[in-house]
Structure formats: C-alpha cells, structure tokens
Write a protein that binds this ligand. Structure first.
Ligand code: 5AD
Ligand code: FES
Length: 362
C-alpha cells in the first residue's frame, strides 16, 4: 500500500478518497507516521516561525464564510499605520524570526504605494523575508510589491468545486478574477507561492476535497495552508440550512481529524512544501492541536504579532486561539511547544524547499 520509497511519494486519486474516509485508528496512525517520515526526509526537523501581522481588517468583499466581509457592520474596522507595521516587523526580527506575513482583508485603502513603501522599509531595516496575504490584487500591484522586495504571496483558492466557489465568493462589481490564474502569475513574477483551502465548507464533498489536494500538487505549491471551517455568527453560512445542503455521508466534516488527514496527505503529495499547523486548527484543539499538526506533516507555525487592540478585531471566525495573548506570550508558548516535540526552531528565512528545488531545476 505504501510506496517502497519515500523519495517518490505517490497516491492515486482513489487512494486519496479512501484516506479521507478512513476512520480506523490503526490505519490512521500509519498515515500519520508516513507523513511524518516524509516531512523529516524532505524538509527536516526544523519548525519555522512566521510572524503574522494582521495589518487591516477592512474588506470590500462578500465571502460568505468570513467575519471580515464588508456587510458585517458590527465589526470595528482598523488599518495599522506604516510605523506600527514597522514596529511589529522589528519585533519579529528581535524574536529571531526569518519572515513576517502581512495579512489583511481585501482593502483598497492599502494602496499600491503604501504597501510598496512598507515592504521597502521592512526590507531595509530588518532584512526579513516578506510574505504578503492581501487578497486578489491587480497584477500591476503584485509586480510593484515584488520589485520592492516582497518574497512570498499567500492566496488560498478555498475550494476547487467551481459551483461552490462561485456561490460563496460574489465577484467584485465589474471584475472576475480567476484565483488559479493569479497563482500562476504570482509564480511567474518569482514569488514563492502559497495557497490552500478550508476543510468542511458547507457543500464540500469528499471528491471535491480529494480534487483540492490533487490541485496542490499540480500547482506545485511552495506553501500549503489548510484549516477547518469555523462558523461565524454574522455571516450567511451561520444559517443552519447550509449545514444540510448535501446528502448524509457526502458532506466533509469541518473536524480536527479531517484537518490532520488533509495536512498529512498534503505532505505526502507535496513533500517539499512548507505546511503550517494553523491557528484555525489550534482553535479546535487548544491543548495540543498545533503539536499534532506538526507531527502529522506540518513544519511551520505562525505566531501572531498583531498588537492586542487590533488582534481582537481581526475576527475571521470567533474564539480564535491566541486572541488575548501578547506577541511575547505567543512566542514563548510556541517555542515551548516545538521543543516539547524534540524539534528545533528554524533559523534564517525558511525559504520553501519546493521553491529552491524548482529554482534549481529551471
Ligand atoms: N473559518 C475558517 N477559516 C476561515 N477563513 C476565512 N473565514 C474562515 C472561517 N469562517 C480562512 C480562509 C482565508 C484565510 C485567511 O482564513 O481560508 O483564506
Ligand atoms: Fe499564542 Fe500559544 S501561540 S498563546
């Protein structure tokens, strides 16, 4: 059943589906071990820390699952100043991180020039690798930021089920953007490219999720972020009718177990990718969700550096882990968790081995 060598891990689509439906603990334990072996072989024992800075919670979009969606008038909006962002980046450098992730809703207030300037200043003062996660932006903006020194871009495609994607992502008036096309363009611009999906979106089927995993491999992603869907009460998906749109046995559960399966299968399919053990997963299991992600294929964690007064307003979903902790607390907590596994905190920028591999090939 398992490949004879971990050098060329391969799974057929049928095997993917079988694993996604697998419930037997003994078999699942084999899957975890397989993923952990592949992780050790291809990306090693280091766990890279990425400092996450949630720079704005403004958003013009209407994504049906997300608490930042424009119509959520209960959310108090903020946008950090350039100086505030830079102060967080300095803190990341002081804590020894190799990179910061600047994340926001789709916010036109974060103009091309503002982001370009902040990228330039962070590079100049800290030398950190810079990851942007600012939604669907014009190619011209993405290129300007790349030229200013941005290294990586994260844009989840969320689901490969086209009808589901369309239902949950009303387009911006006057423009339809194909995220898969944008991912391709980002790659051509020389970014390290990350994408991923939510697990258990209402309407997500097993075949759909298997297809998502297949697409991770076809896209040759450098980073893969996955996490469980968590209902936000002030979004359309809070309507319980959504939970029942598929017949019994077809709906993928938004569970902790399913998240581990997807992390493990992502590792086996995309052995050189950087894969975080995400906050959404830690939200379902605060005690040791992050650690279990790390021993089932993941090799990255993302401590939150957002100042506390903003952090509580970056409410993509409720009860997020680490909502009330300070950056120093998250740092100490994650370092302790990584070391408790006998793993080490990575040094340097933590460039994706997949990116280095494809650069060497091209
Ligand atoms: N539950 C879980 N994850 C969510 N995201 C957005 N809303 C939710 C939610 N309700 C994820 C999306 C997005 C990332 C930043 O957060 O996948 O790309
Ligand atoms: Fe934030 Fe543990 S990572 S408190």
């Amino acid at each position: 059943m398992f490949g004879t060598t971990v050098k060329e891990p391969a799974l057929t689509r049928e095997e993917l589906l079988t694993w996604l439906r697998e419930e037997d603990p003994a078999r699942l334990s084999q899957l975890w071990q397989w993923a952990d072996r592949v992780r050790q072989e291809f990306v090693g024992g280091e766990v890279h820390l990425r400092g996450l800075i949630e720079i704005s919670n403004h958003c013009v979009r209407l994504c049906a699952y997300c608490g930042l969606r424009a119509p959520n008038t209960e959310l108090v909006r903020y946008r950090m100043s350039g100086d505030e962002i830079l102060a967080c980046a300095r803190q990341a450098a002081a804590l020894g991180y190799g990179t910061v992730v600047l994340q926001a809703g789709e916010d036109p207030g974060l103009t091309r020039d503002f982001v370009r300037e902040i990228v330039r200043r962070i590079k100049e003062t800290t030398g950190l690798a810079i990851t942007l996660s600012l939604g669907e932006r014009d190619e011209e903006e993405l290129w300007a930021w790349r030229q200013a020194g941005a290294d990586r871009y994260l844009l989840r495609f969320e689901t490969s089920q086209a009808e589901l994607y369309q239902r949950y992502h009303p387009p911006k008036p006057g423009s339809t953007v194909d995220r898969l096309y944008l991912l391709k363009r980002l790659r051509e611009m020389g970014y390290e490219v990350g994408s991923g999906v939510m697990i258990g979106l209402p309407g997500q089927t097993y075949a759909g999720l298997a297809n998502d995993l297949w697409l991770f491999r076809e896209l040759d992603l450098d980073m893969i972020g996955v996490g469980p869907f968590i209902v936000h009460p002030r979004t359309p998906l809070a309507d319980p009718a959504f939970a029942r749109i598929l017949p019994d046995g077809e709906q993928v559960p938004a569970s902790e177990l399913m998240t581990y399966k997807v992390i493990a299968l992502s590792r086996i399919l995309c052995p050189r990718a950087n894969i975080p053990s995400t906050t959404a997963l830690a939200t379902l299991n605060r005690k040791n969700g992050r650690e279990l992600g790390l021993v089932r294929g993941a090799n990255v964690v993302m401590p939150n550096l957002t100042p506390p007064q903003y952090r509580i307003r970056y409410e993509i979903y409720p009860n997020k882990a680490c909502l009330r902790e300070t950056p120093d607390e998250c740092h100490a907590c994650l370092q302790m968790r990584v070391e408790s596994l006998g793993r080490v905190v990575g040094r340097g920028p933590g460039t994706s081995p997949n990116y280095r591999y494809r650069m060497a090939k091209d």
